[in-house]
Design a protein around this ligand. Structure first.
Ligand code: UDP
Ligand code: MG
Length: 314
């Protein structure tokens, strides 16, 4: 039997949300009258979510559990969902119900019109701190400015992707993943649908600042060389300044001026250039670390339990 919709929800300690998610997704998907499956990816939960996922799978054969051996992170959990999904259209959704399952119907309508990627745009956000809103807004705009792919503003991973695009995504096995960027990079016919992002139903965010920062770094390094080029720009500026400054200071000295005497100026310029060089080294390190991870060729994730993978080439 072919499945029309696969819904993927990554789960990291969302015990209070899983049943509600299943209920709301079931309700919405039943109304389409089409076949569907709900892939719950357990990203190393430690709060009993794993057992709840298994219970649900026993109760409802449309629920497919993919259980990770440990926490691999949100983007990797979604990747596993994409690997196991069998639907002709795949929907990525958060497990905390911040992305209302009802919006899936709007995404599906656009898919039926022929769009291959339908991403949900956060027109409004509820129940999030000003800090989260400000950093998220800055993040989207920064990524938009410096990356080579035009990743739509204010969109998360909540989206519907056609099987054609999923197949390409599944063939991109890069280790440091930024799925929104990857789906923008792939192309095809894409469109956004606005929605109101709700507050979390229960629990707290599993995306502390550190994880957001990591995601931002993956987005930037994954889709741009800009940080590497900054070193070149700063180098040229510093060299340019020196070329002007050297004859200037020499001339002043010859004229008997007491400007630029003493160690302060020397110290400041040494500190400044030392700082610039260390930062540039750090930037290089970020890219080299990523090359190292690619070269090792480890699998993206390890599952302790999952349904059988099926060929997805129909
Ligand atoms: N998540 C995950 N692994 C992680 C962190 C988060 O699978 O390491 C899941 C989490 O359970 C949720 C989704 O990713 O379903 C989005 O996370 P969260 O709601 O905490 O992020 P926020 O909405 O606060 O940005
Ligand atoms: Mg959330």
């Amino acid at each position: 039997m072919t499945i029309t919709y696969s819904i993927i929800a990554p789960i990291f300690n969302e015990l209070e949300n899983i049943s509600a998610l299943w209920q709301r997704v079931s309700q919405v998907m039943e109304s389409t009258g089409e076949t569907w499956e709900l892939i719950l990816v357990d990203d190393g939960c430690t709060d009993g979510s794993t057992e709840r996922i298994r219970e649900l799978a026993k109760l409802d054969s449309r629920v497919k559990p993919v259980i990770f051996a440990r926490n691999f992170g949100h983007q990797i959990a979604v990747t596993a969902g994409l690997d196991y999904a069998r639907g002709r259209a795949v929907v990525i959704i958060d497990a905390d119900l911040q992305d209302p399952p009802e919006v899936i119907l709007e995404l599906a309508a656009k898919w039926k019109e022929g769009y291959e990627v339908v991403y949900a745009v956060r027109a409004e956000r509820e129940g999030e701190s000003w800090f989260k809103l400000a950093t998220a807004s800055l993040f989207y705009r920064l990524i938009y400015r410096i990356t080579d792919v035009k990743i739509p503003l204010d969109t998360g991973d909540f989206r519907l992707i056609d099987r054609k695009v999923v197949a390409v995504m599944n063939s991109m096995r890069e280790k440091h993943r930024f799925l929104r960027g990857m789906s923008a990079w792939i192309g095809f016919k894409q469109i956004g649908v606005e929605y109101k992002r709700a507050a979390r139903v229960a629990g707290v965010t599993k995306y502390p600042l550190k994880k957001m920062f990591k995601l931002a770094l993956n987005a930037i390094t994954g889709f741009s060389y800009f940080p590497l080029q900054v070193a070149t720009y700063v180098g040229f500026i510093a060299a340019g300044l020196a070329i002007v400054a050297i004859p200037l200071v020499a001339a002043l000295r010859l004229a008997g001026s007491h400007f630029f005497e003493g160690q302060t100026t020397t110290l400041i310029s040494v500190l400044f250039l030392g700082g610039v060089q260390l930062i540039s080294l750090g930037v290089l390190g970020e890219y080299i670390g990523r090359i190292y991870d690619e070269v090792k060729g480890r699998p993206l994730y390890v599952v302790s339990d999952a349904p059988e993978r099926v060929a997805q080439d129909e």
